[in-house]
Each structure stands twice: as C-alpha cells, then as structure tokens.
Design a protein around this ligand. Structure first.
Ligand code: TTP
Length: 393
C-alpha cells in the first residue's frame, strides 16, 4: 500500500522553531519528526511513500531523497496550505489502489500502524480525557459510524489520531468544500468513506500530535525513552555515563561530566568538562554544553551552545542558539501552577508544571541572563548581560 505523509503545513503554533525549518524536520531523537512517521509506514509494509510538501518543502525533499530505506519516495507539492483533504488531493495523481494517509507531525505506536495497513478501510483512534479538542469517532458493533470535528458534547472519548487506510474509491472524494474554520478537512473525506464502507477503528496505545513547542519536548521524551545504551564517541575515563545514553561517533564527552540517561549526544557535539546532563536530553549535532553547565530535559538543536556556569531545564533551543555564560533558565513558578506559553499571540497552558524557555534559531543571551518560565525568544533575539527577561521578545 502507498502511504501519503502530510508534511506541507506551516506549523504556525510551533513558532519560532518552525520559522525557517518545517515542523516535520524538527529534531526528535536522532531523526526529524517526519522520519518517525515514514519509518512507521515502512515498518508497516508501505511500498511507496508520497510526501506532500509545501512550506519549506525543499528541506524535506533533501532529507528523504528519491529512496528512503530502499522504499521509493515521491513528492506532491501543495501550493497553498488549504487543509488536510486539500493536501491529500495534491497527491491524487500518485494514487491508485488503496492508500494510507498519515500526519507527518504525529508520533504513532508502530504496531498499530501495521494493524491499520492490514485493516483497510480503517481509522486510528485513541482514548483521550478531553475529546472535545479533537475529531471524535462514534462507533457501533466494531465499526466507525460517524466522525465529528471538536464537538461540544462528544459522543465518545475516541479521538481521531490522524492515520487512515482508505479504499481506492476515496481518491474520488478528495475535493471537499471548506469547513467552518475555512479549511478543506480530511475528516470530510472520512465521512464519505464511512457512508459507503465498513470502517474499522484501530485503537492506538500511544500517540502524540506534535503541534506546539512543549509537544516537541514530549516527542523527544518518548523517543529518547526508547534508546539503548551505545557509546561510539570519545568519552573520557573521567566521565560518568549512567543508564541508556547514546554518544554518537564524533561526539566528545570530557572529564568530570555526568550524563544520566536517557540522553543522546549527537555527532560533533561536545559536553564538559564537569557538565551535568540529565532527565531526557538531546544534545544535537555540533551542539555544546560547556564547563559546569547543567542541562535537564531539554532539546539542543544543531549547533546550539550552553556556555559555562549555565542552567537550562525543560527547554527547546533552536539551531545555533548561544546562551552566554551564567545564563539561568527558571522552569517552575513559585505557585507551582502550570506554565503558560504564547501560541499565535495567546497565552495558553502547557499543562506542564515545569517548562523553561523556547529559543528560536540564532538567539543569543548575554552573560548572567535570567530567563523566566514559559518565555519565548524569537529567531535571532538577543538579551543584555545581567538582564532578567520575563517578557517574550
Ligand atoms: P496541522 O497541525 O493542523 O497544521 P500545521 O502543521 O500547519 O500546524 P499549525 O496548525 O500550527 O499551523 O496539520 C496536520 C497535518 O497535516 C500536519 O502533518 C501538516 C499537514 N497539513 C498539510 O500538509 N497541508 C495543510 O494544508 C494543512 C493544514 C496541514
């Protein structure tokens, strides 16, 4: 079966991280986010991957090329990001026979994707506590009977998990009209399939929709949690490596460093001397954790640097961020309330008691900067030496 992977979106809720890199290419453990989706499709037996690209699509094309893990990859360009049905419609000329559709910004339980492929027509579903935030499935006698977007009064707690196996006929139903929120939505295609076929719900044990920066952190928590210890890099005898830590070839861990897994230190990265890395951390390619710096439960993208005597917790640093010496990130409020973060101009709860800062590509802090919880620093933003930064910039 062909798998169409949707990766054309603008990722506006992920800004500033998605400003010059498409959300599907953001780092999750040792691969871009979308590579996890494509891997799940290939593991499930996909014989061709069709990637729908648009926003910053060339980066996606460059990564996957024409063949990925010996499976042919083709591309469909969605010019305007007019919705998920419109995205699949952009791939229409690539489709014949039954086909699967997966979101390129979701992490799936791979075993369930294999079930999805074996059970066409089918829709992946997951039980959630607050279904009104999702598309919700109604079921009867083991079949999906209805799908409704974000209902005020949800009929079940089964959320649509954005993975579908469609019969060939669905190719004729991709041109749907605009929904109330002005998008051409794949759920309207699913509704037509439900009317014409028996559609099976395939229940996922685990699923993550990666839309906002703290969900990128959660995606890394999930995937780094699956690491098996492997030390290929240059690790000093004076360093202590505990648990499931991967140090890739070309990475350097200096004396006095303590790394508590799960952690991934990627090629070209340098840690230490005397640094402390803990609590599920990705130190990206060519990134640096300096002398006596502590990094906890964070993502350091390619080339990011946390200089000596700094603390970074529960944070996401974009590419080539440079935190000056003595930069301290606060990740907990005195009232221990959930940390809020600005998404598309609105302060929203992250649902996390601990969350630090999100720094876009190229952010630079001056020495002894103090950064408050839930702070957003836009691409290229700078702070003064000794400054306490408690407003987004
Ligand atoms: P969304 O997460 O709804 O959209 P997005 O990724 O653009 O993010 P944001 O809402 O923050 O702007 O998209 C779900 C999936 O569908 C995701 O994999 C991107 C993809 N998509 C397209 O390929 N084309 C589109 O027109 C839209 C809206 C989404």
């Amino acid at each position: 079966m062909k798998a169409v992977v949707l990766a054309a979106g603008q990722g506006t809720r992920m800004r500033p991280l998605s400003e010059s890199i498409p959300k599907p290419m953001l780092p999750v453990a040792d691969r871009p986010l979308a590579a996890h989706t494509v891997d799940a499709a290939i593991d499930a037996g996909a014989d061709e991957i069709v990637l729908v690209i648009g926003y910053e699509g060339e980066m996606i094309r460059n990564y996957f090329g024409d063949e990925y893990r010996d499976v042919p990859v083709s591309y469909a360009v969605q010019e305007d990001q007019a919705g998920t049905a419109d995205a699949v419609n952009a791939a229409r000329d690539h489709l014949e026979g039954p086909f699967a559709v997966l979101n390129g910004d979701n992490l799936y339980d791979p075993a369930a994707i294999a079930d999805l492929f074996d059970t066409c027509p089918a829709v992946c579903a997951i039980e959630v506590d607050e279904p009104s935030n999702y598309g919700v499935l109604s079921t009867a006698a083991g079949r999906v009977t209805k799908i409704v977007e974000k209902p005020a009064d949800p009929p079940t707690n089964l959320a649509n998990a954005g993975a579908y196996a469609f019969p060939a006929k669905a190719r004729e139903w991709l041109e749907v009209s605009e929904s109330e929120r002005g998008e051409r939505e794949i759920t309207d295609v699913v509704s037509q399939v439900i009317d014409a076929y028996d559609v099976t719900p395939v229940t996922l044990e685990r699923w993550l929709d990666v839309g906002r920066p703290w969900e990128l952190l959660e995606a890394n928590e999930w995937m780094l949690g699956e690491l098996e210890r492997r030390i290929d890099g240059d690790v000093s005898d004076g360093a202590t490596i505990q648990g499931n830590v991967v140090v890739e070839a070309g990475a350097t861990v200096k004396p006095g460093v303590v790394i508590e897994g799960p952690a991934l230190i990627r090629e070209g990265a340098t840690v230490g001397p005397n640094a402390y890395v803990r609590g599920t951390t990705l130190v990206g390619p060519d990134a640096k954790v300096g002398h006596a710096a502590e990094v906890k439960n964070s993502v350091l993208s390619r080339g990011a640097s946390v200089s000596h005597l700094s603390y970074v917790g529960d944070s996401v640093l974009g590419r080539d961020v440079n935190f000056g010496a003595g930069t301290n990130v606060a990740n907990l409020r005195h009232d221990e309330d959930d940390i809020r973060f600005t998404v598309k101009g609105e302060r929203v709860s992250t649902g996390r008691r601990k969350f630090g800062v999100v720094a876009g590509d190229g952010v630079k802090t001056g020495i002894n900067a103090s950064l408050t919880p839930g702070l957003k620093l836009d691409t290229g933003a700078t702070t003064l030496p000794g400054e306490t930064v408690d407003r987004d910039r």
